[in-house]
Design a protein around this ligand. Structure first.
Ligand SMILES: Nc1ncnc2c1ncn2[C@@H]1O[C@H](COP(=O)(O)OP(=O)(O)OP(=O)(O)O)[C@@H](O)[C@H]1O
Length: 228
């Protein structure tokens, strides 16, 4: 479904990605891992066309993504939940959800079932939600676009443990429904059991690709690339 080969991306003259490879099959969840500043967010920005790659191959559903503007890439069916959970603060929860609604599948009823907290707060402005609720809203908004691929960048970062667990439970449900997902998260304990494949980035390059069980069993590998 998604394939990156030898992707290089720059911010101005400063190179951030030096050779990112990854592959995600339809219906699977791919975990993109690596320490702070190793290029995970930049990889996502390159896929979405927000910081276009300067070299390499990026393909999604058989389409070449290089040189497509971000809005065209989004329309191919990428639903991005960016770091920092951006919603419209002055719109209500319901209005935020309706603003992105597109296609068939996820609708107000099914996202309310996934995140009951959002249904309880449907008429509140998004500004008044807690950080965890805003994250749920950001995920729900991305689902309302009925994306072929859902991309989650640090969806549980900085949230209380109970809220994190609610979000992981929701991700598990969404995945169980066959949704393809690319996820960046630091929480291996929650992430690995749900994932089908892993990619580790180190200094802007892919240094390891494999199965979650192999990574879970390899303390030395975790220590080398993911330890703090
Ligand atoms: N807007 C920017 N301008 C210049 N350099 C940037 C910019 N954003 C990121 N970088 C640099 O690109 C490299 C990769 O950063 P990136 O945010 O992709 O890493 P990350 O793995 O997502 O890290 P984190 O887990 O901290 O979000 C870093 O060296 C970072 O300093």
């Amino acid at each position: 479904m998604l394939e990156l080969q030898a992707v290089q991306t720059f911010y101005g003259s400063s190179q951030a990605l030096f050779g990112v490879d990854l592959a995600l099959a339809e219906g699977e969840m791919l975990a993109l891992l690596g320490r702070n500043g190793m290029g995970k967010t930049t990889t996502i920005r390159s896929i979405c066309g927000l910081t276009p790659a300067r070299a390499g191959t990026l393909r999604f559903m058989g389409r070449d993504l290089r040189d497509l503007p971000a809005f065209r890439i989004a329309r191919l069916g990428l639903g991005l939940v960016p770091e920092g959970r951006r919603c419209f603060p002055n719109l209500t929860v319901r209005e935020n959800l309706l603003a992105t609604a597109r296609g068939k599948g996820w609708d107000l009823t099914s996202v309310a079932k996934l995140f009951p907290r959002l249904e309880e707060r449907a008429e509140q402005s998004a500004r008044t939600l807690s950080g965890g609720e805003q994250q749920m809203l950001a995920i729900a908004r991305a689902l309302m676009t009925n994306p072929r691929l859902l991309i989650l960048d640090e969806a549980t970062e900085g949230l209380a443990p109970v809220i994190r667990q609610e979000i992981w439970a929701a991700i598990r449900d969404v995945k169980g429904g066959g949704q393809s997902i690319l996820v960046v998260d630091k929480n291996l304990k929650d992430l690995l059991p749900l994932s089908d494949a892993c990619v580790i980035l180190e200094k802007g390059s892919t240094v390891w690709q494999g199965r979650p069980a192999d990574l879970a069993a390899d303390a030395e590998l975790q220590d080398r690339y993911l330890g703090v």
